[in-house]
Ligand binder design. Structure first.
Ligand code: CP
Length: 302
């Protein structure tokens, strides 16, 4: 690792990513081991979470580690006005590694600069969610047999969706063709398109994907991020713009799989859940094995 923290997916080399995916495959075969015995991991969630927090805590528990932290900053001294700086200073003295979710973009990088122990970014505002990306890549490799030359459709809130930002950056290393499907208001931000431009990679932007769905290897659906809108009227305009239904999947490739970082609201109809191409619940389970591999990697545990 360039440093011991994982803040952006670009903190990892390609070899480090592949090692984490390979280790995750081993953890999937054997998830209960004593590798974190004696380690204390802090989970600081300043924003709500189900999968990220609980899969980290499950991963830690199955490896024999202990957990301290909070799932609601309102029960911590943040509610009395304590700064992020002081919170990180204190928690880093109680733990061997910090997992943090925070609504402010850049907060994880800031925490990593203060903390003497590794910090894992569990989502910083609309910026990045690198551990989600690693579990997404694990899911892609597992279902496609490769990461190379895939056609990935990213659908929904590409403006505020931190998972698509991290995943796009990571998959750009494997000659991916990207199709970005979003309403005008929620297009992929210019900085991320510039990232692809600088690599000489092609991407295509669409308002609809029903006519091109047969080309997809992965359809990565996303929730419109209500909590990032300052104007509720703007959210109302776009909240129902894409709803994937089972009837839309008839002409899709045999290898195609539907991913979603979850939670979903209504962007995948429940009639898709029983389709063998729906992979989002298995994807969330893969988060446990991938996070076991990430924790051991950052803590230098072989
Ligand atoms: N995918 C994801 O980050 O889910 P949670 O918000 O439930 O952690």
């Amino acid at each position: 690792m360039k440093n011991k923290s994982l803040v952006s997916i670009d903190d990892l080399t390609t070899d480090e990513i592949m090692k984490i995916l390979d280790d995750a495959a081993e953890f999937e075969k054997n998830p209960v081991q004593d590798l974190l015995l004696g380690k204390v991991i802090a989970t600081l969630f300043f924003e709500p979470s189900t999968r990220t927090r609980l899969s980290f805590e499950s991963a830690i528990s199955r490896l024999g580690g202990k957990i301290v932290g909070f799932s609601d900053a309102g029960v911590s001294s943040v509610s009395k006005g304590e700064t992020l700086h002081d919170t990180i200073k204190m928690v880093s003295s109680y733990s061997d590694l910090i997992v943090m979710r925070h609504p402010v973009e850049g907060s994880a990088r800031y925490a990593s600069e203060i903390s003497p122990v590794p910090v894992i970014n569990a989502g910083d505002g609309a910026n990045q969610h690198p551990t989600q990306t690693l579990l997404d890549m694990y899911s892609i490799r597992k279902t496609q047999g490769t990461l190379d030359n895939l056609n990935i459709f990213m659908v929904g809130d590409l403006k505020y969706g931190r998972t698509v930002h991290s995943l796009m950056m990571a998959m750009s290393r494997w000659n991916t063709t990207f199709n970005f499907i979003s309403p005008e208001e929620l297009k992929m931000p210019e900085e991320f398109k510039l990232y692809l431009d600088n690599l000489g990679l092609k991407y295509y932007e669409h308002l609809d994907f029903t006519d091109i769905i047969s080309k997809a290897d992965i359809i990565y659906m996303t929730r419109v991020q209500k909590e990032r809108f300052s104007d509720p009227i703007e959210y109302e305009k776009v909240k129902n713009v894409y709803v994937l239904k089972n009837s839309m999947l008839a002409n899709t490739k045999a290898n195609m799989r539907i991913l979603h970082p979850l939670p979903r609201v209504n962007e995948i109809h429940t009639d898709v859940d029983s389709n063998p191409k729906a992979y989002y619940f298995e994807q969330a389970l893969n988060g446990v094995f991938t996070r076991q591999a990430i924790l051991c990697s950052l803590l230098g545990i072989k």
